[in-house]
Write a protein that binds this ligand. Structure first.
Ligand code: WQD
Length: 347
């Protein structure tokens, strides 16, 4: 069985990717420090896969940090001893709060960039030279009213985005040094939201959330009194910011298609925007959430949030052409599945 190492595999996006991998009969190894995830997700992954196939036990979890060189060596060595070496890596482990990165830039550079360097050195040592990297739309320079292509101007405005771009540059230097060895795909996420349809997995960041959907769930469930909408004076049709929200399962399936591509292709380096190509404003998300889930809650317009831009929507045509993939779920599904998870998980 093809064996895949998923770093950060128990996180919000990583756990959904593990479900998709197991359902495609991959053998999965997870390393996760649990800094922003919960080991309960491992049980949920197994429970979901038990329903759909009997490969739920083809997942092994190592608690730890990708900066731990000894642990990485142990993981790669043990796979070789089992005569089933790691064929490729899906690399998600990293810190991902834009706000926190402004307050603690060195932690972000150490974990996201130095940690990736340690991982790549281990991969090189064990001749594992296929990687799908979890990159981000935050590496782009903010633009207004235009879809973002992979060739749009780069210009991160947060340390988080700068670390994602730094890793892409590191990967670029690596493949330039060994063009006939590495197969690298950078998936530039737009706004991943929603939850697995079973309600057993979802987005549950530790501490106070910063992103819209986790906050929306807390407002709709009554944990928070109201939603603050950051600005209604933006240059958009209703004055609120527009984003390209993509269902986390569509994002997970994009990783499987990208993995299939690197496993069967000759060496290459590819950047892909993973979004739906459609934008929704904050107000449109709020109204859809209320309609789909037949719930009511309060919101108030506040001042703009530092670092926000009015319009971040993907031109996803390259991903549609390169991958055997297209987003299948819409904003109604995202709102419904997120709410279903919130109710079932009581988190
Ligand atoms: C979405 C919109 C806010 C909270 C995030 C991640 C980033 C990247 C992309 C992966 C914005 C508005 C939010 C609230 C609000 N992900 N909002 N009230 O900023 O687009 O970026 O996704 O790399 O890491 O930070 O997403 O969910 O924070 O905000 O009005 O209480 O919702 O202004 O317009 P964002 P978000």
């Amino acid at each position: 069985m093809t064996k895949i190492l998923v770093t950060g595999g128990l996180g919000f996006i990583g756990s959904h990717i593990c479900v998709s991998l197991l359902e495609k009969n991959y053998n999965v190894i997870v390393i996760d420090s649990l800094i922003n995830s919960d080991e309960d997700n491992l049980l949920s992954i197994k429970k979901i896969c038990k329903f759909s196939n009997n490969f739920s036990n083809h997942i092994t979890f190592f608690k730890g940090d990708i900066k731990d060189k000894e642990l990485l060596i142990n993981i790669f060595e043990s796979s070789i001893e089992d005569n089933n070496p790691i064929d490729a890596v899906i690399h998600l482990a990293g810190l991902k709060s834009v706000k926190e990165s402004v307050e603690q830039p060195l932690e972000y550079w150490e974990t996201n960039v130095f940690g990736t360097m340690i991982l790549l050195e281990a991969m090189k040592k064990y001749n594992c030279k296929k990687i799908v990297f979890s990159s981000s739309a935050t590496i782009y320079k903010p633009i207004i009213d235009e879809l973002i292509t992979e060739n749009s101007a780069l210009g991160p405005i947060s340390p988080y985005g700068s670390t994602k771009l730094a890793v892409e540059n590191m990967l670029g230097d690596l493949i330039k040094s060994k063009p006939n060895e590495w197969r690298i795909t950078n998936l530039r996420y737009f706004n991943p939201v929603g939850a697995h349809i079973s309600g057993l997995l979802g987005e549950n960041p530790k501490g106070r959330p910063n992103n819209l959907f986790p906050i929306l769930l807390k407002v709709a469930s009554g944990e928070y009194e109201k939603l603050s909408i950051f600005g209604n004076d933006w240059p958009t049709h209703d004055g609120t910011c527009i984003r390209d929200y993509i269902h986390v399962m569509d994002l997970a399936e994009a990783h499987i298609s990208a993995l299939d591509l690197i496993l069967k292709s000759s060496p290459f380096f590819l950047n892909l925007n993973i979004g739906t190509g459609k934008g929704k404003s904050v107000l449109e998300v709020v109204e859809t959430f209320k309609k789909v889930n037949r719930c009511e809650f309060k919101y108030a317009f506040n001042s703009r949030r530092e670092g926000d831009s009015p319009y971040v929507v993907a031109d996803n045509r390259l991903a549609l052409s390169k991958l055997d993939w297209k987003p299948k779920r819409n904003i109604d599904d995202m709102c419904r599945d997120a709410w279903n998870w919130k109710f079932k998980s009581k988190k």
